[in-house]
Design a protein around this ligand. Structure first.
Ligand code: F6P
Length: 361
């Protein structure tokens, strides 16, 4: 039977979003269904011109492209929608309007491609009767119930490439090179790129660091004749007894607090102990852009197909996920229960330490 479904991408963008969109369109049109693309996340429902048909022509050639052809926003929560009133940021509930637009479109299913924030919104809308299936997206890899999120692999590749480049200049100048990478609460990008890029020190939010121990590790390397060190710091890393470095507090122009600057803060702290030259590089949004890796193109495409299968079988409230080598699904509710953080006593950390990497403790 012919159906009309819709897809939106929410939250921060990441490589592989277009692969998901293409996967959904191919799988749906192959069944004779119609697909509506909603622009700029949930906000798109508030503007009829932002709900446009997506056919095979619209997704042609998008597989290698970074970003999302639908646009996205990390400010668009219909239950707490930000508006500026007299120069101040306020939030209003526009969920009734969003739900009535969804009803008006006559959707048999809505695919929400998002991270923790967007999937929590999806869950609320589900409870209000909207038939939703989820696809896990985030470069931070901090969603539960999937072995990995798409976008993460490409981001780790970008960070590893940066580390390879920093390594040679660190060695030539006998310097400490600090690379600040993304990862608000979870240090996956820092830990895996650091392992792949041969970092000497990796600081992650899950293990508050002891600056004196970091200093001792770098000096011990010098004594062994290794007159340079490469340090990877996740943006959410924090010193023992200290707090995260916040660039912009929540409530101004930003709905959530913006992190950033820990690389500089850490290097200033280290300068108090160390005589070596230190330089800081902030990788920033380079990690979110660019062409998706082979892994992310395949994963995103398969997630897209799975989302359509979930709608076909009426499995609403489920999120496509990867378990081992299989694409299956789990309840969205379980995926957003808490964040997927690195276990400080887990295997990955143990292996990193066995490789001689200093994790700040
Ligand atoms: O997608 C998650 C993330 O990459 C975080 O690691 C980072 O804190 C955040 O996005 C930055 O988002 P933006 O600058 O787009 O608000």
């Amino acid at each position: 039977m012919s159906k009309r479904i819709a897809i939106l991408t929410g939250g921060g963008d990441c490589p592989g979003l277009n692969a998901v969109i293409r996967g959904v369109v191919k799988a749906a049109t192959g069944r004779g269904w119609e697909v509506i693309g909603i622009e700029d996340g949930f906000d798109g429902f508030l503007h009829p011109e932002k709900c446009r048909p997506l056919g095979i022509e619209e997704v042609r050639g998008i597989l290698p492209r970074g970003g999302t052809i639908l646009g996205t926003t990390n400010r668009g929560n219909p239950f707490s929608f930000p508006i500026m009133r007299e120069g101040k940021l306020e939030t209003v509930d526009v969920s009734d309007e969003v739900i009535s637009r969804i009803d008006h479109l006559g959707l048999a299913g809505l695919v929400v491609v998002g991270g923790d924030g967007s999937l929590k919104i999806a869950l609320e809308l589900m409870r209000r009767g909207v038939p939703i299936v989820g696809v896990p997206k985030t470069i931070d890899n901090d969603l539960l119930e999937t072995d990995v999120t798409f976008g993460y692999n490409t981001a780790v590749e970008t960070a590893t490439d940066a580390l390879d480049k920093l390594h040679s200049t660190a060695e030539s100048h006998h310097r400490v090179m600090v690379l600040e990478v993304m990862g608000r609460y979870a240090g996956w990008i820092a830990l895996e790129s650091g392992m792949a890029g041969g970092a000497d020190v990796i600081l992650i939010p899950e293990i508050p660091y002891d600056i004196e121990k970091v200093y001792a590790a770098i000096t011990a390397r010098c004594k062994r004749g290794r007159r340079f060190s490469v340090v990877v710091v996740a943006e959410g890393a924090l010193p023992k007894g200290g707090g995260r470095v916040v660039k912009e507090a929540a409530g101004g122009r930003s709905v959530v607090e913006r992190l950033g600057g820990v690389g500089e803060a850490f290097s200033n702290e280290l300068k108090g102990f160390l005589e070596m030259d230190i330089r800081v590089t902030v990788l920033g949004h380079l990690q979110r852009g660019g062409s998706p890796s082979t892994f992310d193109r395949c994963l995103g495409s398969r997630f897209g197909v799975k989302a359509v299968e979930l709608i076909e079988t009426g499995a609403f409230g489920q999120m496509a996920c990867l378990k081992g080598r299989h694409i299956t699904s789990v309840a969205i509710e379980d995926a957003v229960r808490s964040l997927n953080l690195i276990d400080p006593a887990g295997e990955l950390v143990r292996h990193a330490e066995a490789l001689g990497i200093m994790l700040g403790r």
